[in-house]
Design a protein around this ligand. Sequence first.
Ligand SMILES: Cc1ncc(COP(=O)(O)O)c(C=O)c1O
Length: 422
Amino acid sequence: MQDVATFPTKSAAPPASRAECAALDAADPLAAIRDEFVLPEGVVYFDGNSLGALPRRTMAGVTRMIEQEWGQGLIRSWNGVDWYPMPHTIGERVAPLIGAAAGQTVICDSVSVNLFKILISALRMRPGRTVLVSELDIFPTDLYIAEGVGRLVPGSGRRLIGQDGPDLESVLGPDTAAVLLSHVDYRTGRLHDMAAITEQVHRHGALMIWDLCHSVGAMPIELDACGVDFAVGCTYKYLNGGPGSPAFLYAASRHQDSIDQPLLGWSGHADPFALEPGYTPVPGVGRFLAGTPPMLSFAGLLAALEVFEGIDLHQVRAKSLALAELVIARGDELGLDLATPREAGRRGSHVTFRHEHGYQIVQALIERGIIGDFRAPDHMRFGLTPLYTGFCEVWDAMDAMAEILASQSWRDERFGRHGIVT
Ligand SMILES: Cc1ncc(COP(=O)(O)O)c(C=O)c1O
């Protein structure tokens, strides 16, 4: 994995002035990619780890599908412009971003639904083993789905690691069916060592499932090389697929033909248009499909993934780490409480500070056009998206943070009002 020293100068020290930031922006090999995105004037966007920005080509791609493929082609487009195989064809565009050889990645449903299919499959693949291991800090939907699976499968249970709870090694045993972890923690940005943990889990005979929502598109990922069994991830964060764009699901080739997933829908049938009353799964990863794919969302996702063509994820990673070094250094100057690991190799692409009044401070920043977000109980998150975030923007945003903290302008009553979505 590359580190901060490789971007784009030999110096490991973060820039110490706006002029140094400008020099880094000028030398940025990814700078031209920013033009691929619609970014409102006066906005610094630090929330690409929650909802990625709009790629310009998305508008053309979605319009083409609406006007031509749907408007003119009508139902003929399922065959005529190859709508039907899109869960696979778009899956193959995600595959290089996650280190997956062909035939292992499909686009379908949400991360939550895909986790349900995978967790039940995993329990069935390890008969006699009843325990699913996960972590207390994982995104709650992962825990809720595991809880739901536990209620459905008699005798199965959940064991959680992390925070002040036990560590992974102490909970793994002959009863462990599978382990589900988040590659990058959604709150703190902590990055797990995928290779080492997958190997550790396999040593205990269990299956390894990774949630890649906060890492895909922000760094190189090597699922095949790490021997991972299953993975899921969002496409609306760093992949910029658009609000609610469907998730991806990875299932290693070696497992596919023995997988018995629980949502037996017609899209996963071997011959869906035979319209037989009984279910026969299609060979391969396609058996994870259930219902009709949302084609308008697929059009947006397809266009967004074109942006990644020819992009070197090592370069993305190096810039992400360098941007984070700058945020951390300026946060230190302001005395902020860093929740993200300092070690570059242990963090993803967002930086989080804890502050008792984090919600109000984030609202005050948003009012100035600096859009980060807040995660309960006290985490201020700054997502760094190397495809469209520059060093000067980070510098200016941290200046604004300094002013807001010094003036305590966040105390204004209007910054305390809560919307449903934080
Ligand atoms: C780590 C992680 N997992 C899962 C999800 C939920 O995904 P979905 O809404 O597609 O089920 C999120 C959403 O932000 C997430 O951050």
